[in-house]
Write a protein that binds this ligand. Structure first.
Ligand SMILES: *Cc1c(COP(=O)(O)O)cnc(C)c1O
Length: 455
């Protein structure tokens, strides 16, 4: 349809207003900085969520630690707190500087949510948190639990029987389903995961092996969510985890910030006005990166700069934020197909809740093409021996773009950052990968090697 209208305007008109749409619709890589980015103290006034909400989430996770430790032995070392390491990646930094022909000023670190216990992705933060919160709400409502109890009592037939009267449902491209499914099944809930067509077979198999009901859809993530919600809403004892609007998910992710702060302190990495922090977060619907970014802004205010990364074929947060239309549009409206190998990021419509919450706090969004993800995947494996899933590599090009693009240059100038470049710390958020089966991972790696040799 040539004259298709999007919110009452033709594509040509949108492109006239936002020229970057020309590149976006031809799936070229772009780096966009947010003209609405504002000083923290001013931006936070418009947001209803507060530090108190994050502390509440943090305390809830602490209450559950004795239970988590008991049922997931891999969390024993960290006393039942689900957290990931952060590491410097100096060899990868040199490799990037060489292959992109661009100096990277400051230190480069990798936040390894790829290696979070239980489900091996950033979803082990928000997803697991939301299930635990729901379980706690139910048990307290029914007089079975108080906040003062030792929550390891949840690991009992009595509680499993109680939770089996309730259902949990979620729509997912894969990793959220893994987190929600594994955690819910362990507690005893009946759990259904509605999976989009791009979800990997091994994720479905793994979930089924844990007693999770997996429903598959031919279409993309939005459809899986829609159907999941419909079926769940029909059952009063069913709870639907709403990836697009859930404040609980968001707060579960946000807890990452205070943990990261402690990790940086123990590495003697200073973050202050003269030592700014840059964080690069792969973005799907927005909850994960949004929650983490929100927590980081509360922790570091104007001294942290958060950028989101999206596949060139799924730039939903970029288009929603740039045009201010958020969830009123999807990438398909603009003729972009939402087909990408970055399965956690294959989302055509961003969360309106996240987009609006971060309207003035997000520094920018950039896009990365799929081939680049594979090339970086094998480079990171060769240089640092870290094996991530393709989506999780999307953070890396942002570090290059910040220095190499005109928009990045302007951002540094406008925010008076140019004389501080030597003291920058960059954190690339590695959002998933440790649960990918070896055979699959080896295919990713080989594909990356093949692409690199063609360059
Ligand atoms: C889900 C996911 C993301 C992004 O999180 P959203 O909440 O969907 O924005 C990034 N990377 C991986 C590997 C994911 O699974």
């Amino acid at each position: 349809m040539k004259n298709k209208m999007i919110l009452g305007k033709s594509i040509e008109k949108w492109k006239e207003e936002y020229p970057l749409l020309n590149k976006l619709t031809s799936t070229e890589e772009v780096f966009w900085t947010n003209p609405k980015y504002t000083k923290f103290e001013e931006a936070i006034r418009k947001i209803t969520l507060t530090e108190k909400d994050i502390i509440d989430a943090e305390e809830r996770l602490e209450r559950f630690a004795s239970y988590i430790k008991k049922i997931f032995p891999e969390t024993k070392e960290n006393n039942g707190i689900i957290e990931s390491p952060i590491v410097e990646i100096p060899t990868m930094k040199k490799h990037i500087e060489k292959s992109f022909n661009q100096n990277i000023f400051g230190d480069l670190l990798l936040k390894c949510d790829s290696h979070l216990p239980i489900s091996g992705s950033i979803k082990a933060r928000g997803g697991i948190y939301e299930v635990l919160k729901h379980a706690e709400d139910l048990a307290i409502q029914h007089g079975m639990l108080t906040k003062e109890d030792d929550y390891s009592i949840l690991d009992s037939d009595e509680f499993r029987k109680f939770f089996s009267n309730y259902s949990i449902a979620v729509g997912s491209t894969g990793n959220l389903g893994l987190s929600i499914g594994i955690m819910s099944a362990k507690l005893g809930f009946k759990v259904t995961v509605h999976m989009s067509s791009d979800a990997k077979k091994w994720k479905k198999d793994l979930l089924r092996s844990k007693g999770v009901i997996v429903v598959e859809y031919e279409s993309d993530y939005s459809k899986a969510v829609e159907e999941g919600r419909k079926q769940s809403d029909a059952d009063p004892n069913s709870y639907f985890v709403d990836d697009e609007n859930s404040k609980n998910l968001f707060l579960g992710y946000a807890v990452a910030a205070s943990r990261l702060k402690k990790q940086l302190e123990s590495l003697n990495i200073v973050v202050d006005q003269d030592h700014p922090l840059f964080v690069y977060l792969p973005c799907g619907v927005g909850g994960g990166p949004g929650g983490v970014a929100f927590g980081l802004k509360l922790a570091y205010k104007d001294n942290v700069h958060c950028f989101f990364a999206e596949p060139t074929h799924s730039p939903c947060m970029l288009i929603g934020s740039m045009t201010g239309t958020h969830d009123k549009v999807c990438v398909q409206d603009f003729g972009i197909d939402n087909i990408t190998a970055a399965d956690g990021l294959a989302v055509g419509r961003a969360s309106g809740f996240v987009g609006r919450t971060l309207e003035n706090l997000l520094s920018g969004v950039y896009t990365v093409n799929d081939d680049q993800l594979y090339v970086l995947l094998s480079a990171l494996a060769d240089t640092e021996n870290f094996y991530l899933e393709p989506s999780a590599l999307a953070g890396i090009p942002g570090v290059v773009d910040l220095f190499k693009t005109e928009a990045g240059e302007k951002y540094l100038e406008y925010n008076n950052l140019k004389d501080k470049m030597k003291h920058f710390t960059h954190i690339v958020w590695a959002t998933g990968g440790s649960m990918v089966p070896k055979v699959e991972m080896n295919q990713y790696y080989q594909y990356g090697i093949t692409l690199s040799s063609l360059k």
